[in-house]
Design a protein around this ligand. Structure first.
Ligand SMILES: [Zn+2]
Length: 285
């Protein structure tokens, strides 16, 4: 067998792994070192290993409010240890954050056998149950991980508790997994609300604090809640130059479309007060 065939066989015998971590639902408990998250995850994976050694491993932490949870200092530590960061719109349920898309995207590039660990609250895990069983049928192994304080729902398979995983300092265990520093979309830092990928962490945190990001967050909230975005009174105009630059043309375009559609426009559903929107990074106020 020639060298290339040997290499291909060796690669095939390895098993790639993906970890998707909802850091809003499963924050790092007080007293745990953020720099230890990667080795602890690697240890947990190693202990749950099948017969094949691991190949590449990608870890992405997702939150609707990264600059607050975990905060910029921890964001820096997680990034420096090789964890990708992704902003998603408010996370009432994982299924609304496009995580399914992330899972399928990764699966399309990483054929089974492969392992996917999803760290989040049990409600989100239950939302993803059908996605998981579809992936399992294709030969992927799913490892749901969630906080111990939650009652274990009977619908979930064998589980790993988040706190147990973080406390297991078994440093003797050697892992074969090779951490690769990019998210499922290929970039270490991304905002799925604005479709923004950042080349460096500083650009990413600046983006999350920008008016452009705030506008697109609001726009998504407004769309979800059927707020009339053709009414200037709802558009928070005058908030900043950057905001107005985005909001005004959007509003005028929508008004034009509405005029064109006229009577054929679909009926409006339940109106929601535009002021009920809370910016995630100002939620503590
Ligand atoms: Zn954004």
């Amino acid at each position: 067998m020639n060298k290339n065939k040997n290499m291909a066989r060796e690669q095939h015998e390895e098993e790639n792994a993906l970890v998707i971590w909802n850091i809003s639902n499963c924050p790092i408990p007080v007293g745990h070192d953020p720099l230890q998250v990667v080795p602890r995850i690697q240890t947990a994976l190693e202990k749950l290993r099948r017969d094949r050694p691991y190949g590449s491993l990608s870890i992405t932490a997702i939150s609707d409010n990264l600059t607050e949870i975990p905060g910029e200092d921890v964001m820096r530590k997680l990034s420096s240890s090789g964890i990708s960061l992704k902003h998603a719109h408010a996370l009432p349920s994982f299924s609304e954050t496009g995580v399914q898309t992330d899972l399928y995207q990764w699966a399309s590039r990483n054929p089974p056998p492969a392992t996917i660990m999803v760290i989040t609250g049990h409600e989100e895990l239950e939302h993803l149950a059908s996605t998981f069983s579809g992936l399992e049928e294709e030969g992927y192994r799913i490892l749901p991980t969630y906080p111990q304080s939650n009652p274990a729902p009977p619908s979930l398979p064998k589980l790993c508790f988040w706190e147990t995983l973080l406390s297991d300092a078994d440093n003797k265990l050697v892992t074969t997994s090779r951490l690769i520093f990019h998210g499922t979309g290929g970039y270490p830092w991304s905002c799925s609300v604005c479709y923004f990928d950042a080349p460096i962490l500083e650009d990413f945190t600046n983006h999350l604090k920008s008016e452009t990001h705030a506008y697109f967050e609001w726009d998504r909230f407004a769309s979800k809640n059927k707020i009339d975005r053709t009414n200037p009174a709802n558009m928070q105009l005058g908030r900043s130059e950057e905001w107005d630059l985005l909001a005004k043309p959007d509003m005028m375009r929508r008004a034009e479309v509405l005029k064109l559609r006229g009577a054929f426009a679909p009926p409006r559903s339940r109106p929601v007060d535009a002021n009920s929107f809370k910016e995630p990074f100002k939620s503590g106020e």
